[in-house]
Design a protein around this ligand. Structure first.
Ligand SMILES: [Zn+2]
Length: 384
């Protein structure tokens, strides 16, 4: 490698670093020079003119320094493409804090850190509020209840979130994360360039600098980049005046929000589900085609207390027949079961045929034969 090449490589590395960290090129050059024990880039450049060359170790050190900004720096392929192609259940980092194991996952720019019965969610936007979820059975015993543990976990989640932000801004045009002299920035997804932007969600008016800092999420309401526009076209003809999104000086992200959640499968025994289970049991009790029709047409009522009443048709369900499975299911569900008989209209002629066989196929054949001999068969849709 010639001398010029090595210095050029350092400049390229600085460019990549600037992009990932969303800082000015000169700041990146200074950071890289500092990493190589120079006061600033100008000093490095002066030394280089006098014949100084970075050693192989120093080149490796510079590369590692830039690479740490995000996992994929220097590798081919965009961060977003990599993120999309990674299996959702493949962690980007694993480890343990105080003996409690964790895994970190990244998906669509968001970070999810998981342990036994707890989970921390961190959005892509710079100041998004961390959400901490604790599974109900661990509500009181979860390690994230401990402030020190939570702090340590957040440091790890933040490190990964910083890499994600660096990856995203490396993918985006430089002008999306670094305003020009007039404060104009380019939308990372749309072509537009402007110093003033508007949020479709909160009608907030946002400066280019605010958007660049917040990775194109609305600093007012957190809306994502697809909801940020250079013209508030949706307000045409309305009285709403977009209000500038004000940011407190020394802005900090909100404290983590801790929530107890219950993601266990839950069996909800309410009217519809009890009725469905009773009808399923009734179908099992039904031996003949008529009884099966009876089970399907039975009226099943479940009251507020979960007690049930099944009304069966006298022609479809023999009065002497106990629906044993339905009774057993009601007992399992703790439902008091009342059985009633009513008189409906049998849906087909010759109700007795429905009890003459246990086979539906046989019953249909009997129905067809009987109608061919003594009635009519009409094949048409209901509307005709
Ligand atoms: Zn907004």
């Amino acid at each position: 490698m010639t001398k010029k090449n090595q210095i050029d490589t350092l400049k390229t590395l600085a460019k990549r670093y600037a992009r990932a960290k969303r800082i000015a090129q000169h700041e990146a050059l200074n950071a890289l020079a500092a990493e190589l024990n120079f006061a600033h880039w100008a000093q490095l450049a002066t030394k280089a003119k006098q014949g100084w060359l970075p050693s192989a170790e120093q080149m490796a050190q510079a590369e590692a320094f830039v690479r740490q900004t995000h996992a994929d720096a220097g590798e081919a392929g965009s961060f977003i493409a990599k993120s999309y192609s990674r299996p959702v259940n493949e962690p980007i980092r694993q480890g343990s804090i105080g003996g409690h194991g964790y895994s970190v996952f990244e998906s669509f720019g968001d970070i999810r850190m998981e342990g036994d019965g707890w989970c921390i969610l961190l959005g892509e936007a710079q100041f998004s509020q961390p959400m901490v979820e604790i599974e109900a059975p661990h509500a009181d015993t979860s390690p994230v209840r401990n402030g020190d543990f939570l702090d340590a976990a957040l440091v790890i989640a933040d490190e990964e979130a910083a890499k994600v932000r660096a990856g995203i801004s490396s993918d985006w045009p430089r002008r999306s994360t670094k305003p020009d002299a007039e404060g104009a920035v380019r939308h990372p997804l749309y072509e537009k360039k402007s110093a003033e932007w508007y949020c479709l969600h909160c009608d907030g008016k946002i400066t280019g600098a605010q958007l660049a800092e917040n990775l194109w999420h609305c600093p007012g309401c957190g809306a994502s980049p697809i909801d940020i526009f250079s013209e508030p076209a949706w307000l045409n003809g309305s009285d709403v005046e977009p209000k500038p999104v004000e940011l407190a000086v020394g802005r900090q992200r909100p404290e983590p929000k801790i929530e107890v959640v219950d993601s266990r499968p839950t069996l909800t025994l309410e009217e519809d589900s009890i009725a469905l289970l009773l009808r399923t049991a009734l179908l099992e009790d039904a031996a003949t085609p008529a009884e099966r029709i009876g089970a399907q047409l039975a009226e099943i009522y479940v009251d507020d207390e979960g007690d049930a009443c099944i009304v069966l048709d006298e022609d479809l369900w023999p009065e002497s027949k106990e629906p044993e499975e339905a009774i057993a299911v009601a007992e399992l569900l703790g439902a008091e079961l009342e059985l009633n008989v009513t008189c409906m209209t049998f849906p087909f002629a010759w109700p007795g045929l429905g009890h003459a066989t246990t086979s539906t196929r046989e019953y249909v054949r009997l129905l067809l034969d009987a109608h061919e001999e003594q009635g009519v068969i009409r094949r048409e849709s209901k509307g005709n």
